[in-house]
Write a protein that binds this ligand. Sequence first.
Ligand code: CP
Ligand code: NVA
Length: 313
Amino acid sequence: MRGKDLLSIANLSGKDIGLLISDTADMKASGWLSSLNGKTLALLFEKPSLRTRVSFEVAMRQLGGQVIYLSPAEVGLNKRESVSDVARVLSRYVDAIAARTFSHQTLEVLASCANVPVINALSDLEHPCQALADLFTIYENKGGLKDLTLAFVGDGNNVAHSLLLGASLTGMNLRIACPEGYQVQEQILRLAERYARDSGSEIFCTLEPPLAISGADIVYTDVWTSMGQESEARKRRQIFAGYQINNQLLSLAREDAIFMHPLPAHHGQEVTDDTLDSPASVVFDQAENRLHLTKALLSEILGGLEMPLANYH
Ligand code: CP
Ligand code: NVA
């Protein structure tokens, strides 16, 4: 992974994901003797963020590195300056760029013009750092990934895409229930089906939430209106009304099922408060695990990983 971009989960193999999960477990248990001393990460964001920004900043600082946050207003990607020039300039100053963009193509241009690694901190197509932290959260709750069944209910969006690719690379089954017209993109589904043939995952798409959730080990949802789609919020609330996760729907899953959401949540829309606050909910563990995963990821990409602190004498 050293020096590589992470624009999509498809940039990783099942083995890379396994390594990141194991690094994250070590990072969470005991910390690592991983020094990013002298390294600087630029956070280039076109959209707001709480978890992603804070977890990247804290991760770099805990590992001894520096961060520069560049807000949407500051850089003006494609407005004040072209994406390719921003990439070439930042490459002269920093060791890596984590970018949150509207269009996934912006990230691709950034990565092709930068000569430092570019990490996708969320685009309209994917949210790989979230999916990796989620896979770790599932692993820590269930003791593995293979042969588990994750039911994703809601919008076939960036989060659904990265989960679909991550599950199909690691042998986890994915059932996706989305309304007509809001399903996952065909190209991502085809890629996931290809991975699934090797890993043994089963992928099932439906319009009916109960069909996805029945007997599932993990029930996952995300907002109905993602950042950048605010003008569609009213229409989406109507279209997605039957896709709300509540305790009644959750009761169709296995008794020991966990509930997941990347946050921020729109309480009372895609999920009710009783589900969000139920013992099944691991949403704040997911948020915490963003930090541990980011430390593992940055250490792998920037090459600071040495050994688990527990083994250091
Ligand atoms: N889950 C997530 O990416 O949160 P933020 O948008 O707050 O970074
Ligand atoms: N699908 C959401 C995820 C936020 C973390 C969005 O893109 O806004």
